[in-house]
Design a protein around this ligand. Structure first.
Ligand SMILES: [Zn+2]
Length: 238
């Protein structure tokens, strides 16, 4: 595999390798993939180009992404195309087509990786708004429609802001946990996502040990003051 691009310095999801799936989150070392920054366009596009080279080398000549809106909508990607798709208003992607990589942009929000041994893949962007809107439940239901029932899914909650770093207002706690509180509180979004996954029938849920804010030397953190963005990337190797 010729991969000296962003993959070389990424944080891999080791447990997905057993079913032939490559899952990783890029790091600060690979630079920002944010398309809304003030960085020179040529620099950002060079990184996306290097990422596409990595995906192609790993077996996926098609890369599906979208402008994200903290919603719960997903798009299913079919086979028969190559290159970089930049869709609109989507926070989740699913596919069971060989050769299609899925990616979401994050910097404190959680990249959620879903995979099944039958080849179905799902990649979600889940901040508190998307979590409250049910993107994880939508993603798990969409995977079931691709023949990947919840109980057989591998679910990984990637690098994101941890429960010791993420203070939120009462409206966020109410939206995400349905509880009324009066003060600011710390929120563990990944813990909430793990509970939701288990309630939806998932039996194999793992959580990254990386926090974007605690580990800001390695990852971009929006709360930490970064404008940069990393990517969660998911593909099936041939
Ligand atoms: Zn932290």
């Amino acid at each position: 595999m010729g991969t000296d691009g962003p993959f070389a310095t990424a944080i891999a999801v080791e447990e997905f390798a057993a079913i032939g799936v490559v899952a990783f989150t890029t790091t600060r070392a690979a630079g920002s993939f944010g398309l809304g920054s003030t960085e020179p366009v040529a620099d950002v596009m060079h990184r996306w180009s290097a990422l596409m080279d990595d995906c192609r080398a790993l077996g996926a000549p098609a890369l599906a992404t979208a402008g994200q809106v903290h919603g719960a909508e997903l798009e299913e990607h079919k086979s028969g195309w190559r290159g970089w798709l930049r869709g609109k208003d989507r926070d989740g992607h699913i596919t069971n087509a060989a050769g299609v990589a899925l990616a979401v942009t994050v910097a404190d929000c959680t990249p959620v990786f879903l995979a099944h041994r039958n080849g179905a893949l799902g990649m979600l962007h889940a901040g508190w708004r998307g979590t409250a809107a049910g993107i994880l439940e939508h993603g798990i239901a969409a995977m079931a429609r691709l023949g990947a029932p919840a109980a057989e899914l591998l679910v990984h909650l990637g690098p994101s802001i941890c429960g010791s770093c993420y203070e939120v207002g009462p409206e966020v706690i109410e939206a995400i946990r349905g509880e009324r509180v009066t003060d600011k509180m710390l929120l563990d979004v990944r813990g909430n996502l793990a509970d939701r996954a288990e309630r939806a029938g998932a039996r194999n849920v793992t959580i990254s040990r990386w926090c974007t804010r605690c580990d800001r030397d390695r990852l971009f953190s929006h709360r930490g003051g970064d404008s940069g963005r990393q990517l969660g990337v998911l593909l099936r190797s041939p």
